[in-house]
Ligand binder design. Structure first.
Ligand SMILES: [Ca+2]
Ligand SMILES: [Ca+2]
Length: 315
């Protein structure tokens, strides 16, 4: 069976039976339901600016005048316990590159976003879509924000906070849920732990913690995560390694599930353009493990003999 991978844009689309909690395009020249906030210390500014947004519309400029400031566009909200949320927005740096992230002030981050915030994403001069999915909480919550994690200014446009109608999905591959990572081989210094530590991109730490890489050789390569027992799986998200704004997305790979003692390929994926992550959906199976199998030379254009993955999620 061959199915197309869902790219970033597909995940940004509003899922069925979901409710938009808040959205802002800033086109009326105001912050709308959002307000300025900062989560560090020192001077900052959050202001709507004309003409610099998407399609020449207004957008919001989030500036850390003091490098220790953590300026943000904040939205006051109440959560429905157990629901999954998505925060998406577009961002670009005004100079060089910048790091942006979203944050939900939640009571429990055990499953997907340890540390209380979504891992920052690096953006450059071009508008880039950023989406954090399956954010959830199990307690009280007071606010959500989109913040600038770097010195200087970032432009933000088209923020959207969406609540799904269903329960949050459990990432069965996550180490804290019992996932055991393995691979056919390891590139020197890389570690398996990065495969399922819950961090899609780990800005600021050393490269061996940001992703797992296999040996750079011509034969097929694979990475896999085994579960403590059979788990219902119907969706996987593979986050690719990224360095300095370049995404190292494999061009060809198979998604496999281990069911009743044997491996089955549920989908063969081709990614014609590098994507920050690849998401695939398939009929639910009771799997004891999932695997990404890359045929010989199927890696990214720059390193075709390497399989280089930042995180594997299985739902
Ligand atoms: Ca706008
Ligand atoms: Ca990781």
């Amino acid at each position: 069976m061959r199915t197309a991978a869902l790219l970033t844009a597909a995940l940004l689309a509003l899922p069925a039976a979901a409710e938009v909690v808040a959205e802002a395009d800033f086109n009326d020249g105001t912050l709308g339901a959002f307000e300025p906030a900062q989560y560090g210390e020192g001077e900052f500014s959050v202001e709507v600016v004309a003409g610099l947004g998407r399609d020449g519309t207004p957008c919001v400029r989030v500036t850390n005048l003091d490098p220790k400031a953590g300026a943000a566009a904040k939205y006051g909200m109440r959560y429905d316990a157990g629901r999954a949320y998505t925060i998406s927005f577009w961002a670009r740096a005004e100079e060089g590159t910048a790091r942006v992230s979203a944050y939900l002030d939640t009571g429990d981050w055990r499953l997907n976003y340890p540390g209380g915030y979504c891992a920052p994403v690096e953006v450059g001069a071009e508008w880039q879509a950023v989406a954090y999915t399956n954010i959830h909480q199990q307690g009280r919550g007071y606010l959500a924000n989109v913040r600038n994690n770097s010195p200087g200014s970032v432009l933000i446009d088209d923020i959207r906070i969406v609540r799904s109608d269903g329960e949050f999905a459990i990432n069965r591959a996550l180490a804290s849920n019992g996932g055991e990572p393995s691979a056919d081989s390891l590139y020197p210094q890389y570690r398996l732990q990065a495969l399922n530590d819950g961090l899609q991109i780990h800005v600021g730490s050393d490269f061996t913690r940001r992703a797992t890489a296999t040996a750079e050789t011509e034969e097929p390569h694979w990475v896999q995560v085994a579960f403590p027992g059979p788990r219902p799986i119907s969706r996987m998200v593979i986050y690719w390694a990224a360095e300095g704004g370049t995404v190292y997305c494999s061009r060809r790979f198979d998604v496999q599930v281990h069911v009743e003692g044997r491996w089955t390929t549920v989908t063969e994926v081709e990614e014609p353009e590098p994507a920050p992550f690849s998401a695939v959906e398939f009929d639910e199976v009771q799997a004891t493990a999932v695997r990404i199998l890359q045929p010989g030379g199927g890696g990214c254009a720059q390193r075709p003999n390497l399989l280089w993955v930042s995180e594997v999620e299985a739902y």
